[in-house]
Write a protein of this length. Structure first.
Length: 216
């Protein structure tokens, strides 16, 4: 059995070592703040949004991420825990995670995250990022199967997930809309109450932006 992702993009081998990290963005550069319409940003895709934090939090933070993006993995490991402790767990920020896959392997990983039980979505995404170097390789199948099994997906469920056109179409819809309407072209890209932040910037910069929204 091969890892097959059906889409408008051709189903091909996931031997993508030469390309997996080529599309990863450079560190964010200093630039004038860019804002997008908050109401438009809050429109969920066909699969719905998955979020953590209070629904009535005064600040909404949307993350567009690719599972094979090293900068996204860095944000997950080093920055998100600090933001979660200070803002998300205290009801100040709601974080919405949206898929923006940079390659077919990232598409497959995003599909698997959508197929686990909803309450396991964020823990599974965390596992994928923490183990990125073990599965984002020339031979991703067995590592992805093992990680998915730990999240509750049987081998049959694993295969069916990767053949699920509805899940795939939903992920592609979110990415396409982000590109066309919000000019997202790299990962991670964040919108904090509409303000765009490109890249896994330092914790202090996130805190400065969030605090400004809370005090504004």
């Amino acid at each position: 059995m091969s890892l097959n992702v059906r889409a408008t993009m051709p189903a091909a081998s996931l031997v993508l070592a030469f390309a997996l990290f080529a599309a990863a963005p450079a560190p964010a550069e200093t630039e004038q703040p860019v804002f997008q319409d908050k109401t438009a940003l809050l429109v969920a895709g066909p699969l719905g949004d998955i979020a953590i934090g209070a629904e009535d939090a005064p600040v909404t933070m949307i993350e567009y991420a690719s599972m094979t993006c090293p900068h996204c993995a860095h944000f997950d490991a080093e920055i998100l825990p600090e933001l979660k402790k200070k803002y998300i767990d205290t009801g100040k920020v709601r974080l919405i995670f949206r898929e923006f896959p940079l390659d077919r392997l990232a598409v497959a990983a995003a599909m698997l995250a959508r197929c686990v039980d909803k309450e396991k979505f964020f823990p599974f995404v965390d596992v994928l990022f923490k183990n990125q170097l073990t599965w984002a390789t020339e031979h991703p199948l067995e590592p992805l199967k093992e990680l998915s099994k730990q999240a509750g997906l049987s081998e049959d469920s694993f295969d069916k997930c990767l053949a699920n056109q509805e899940v795939l179409d939903g992920i592609v819809w979110v990415q396409d809309r982000a590109q066309k309407e919000f000019e997202v072209h790299s990962t991670p890209t964040f919108f904090i109450n509409g303000r765009e932040v490109r890249g896994a910037v330092p914790v202090a910069e996130f805190e400065q932006i969030i605090d400004a929204q809370l005090n504004g």
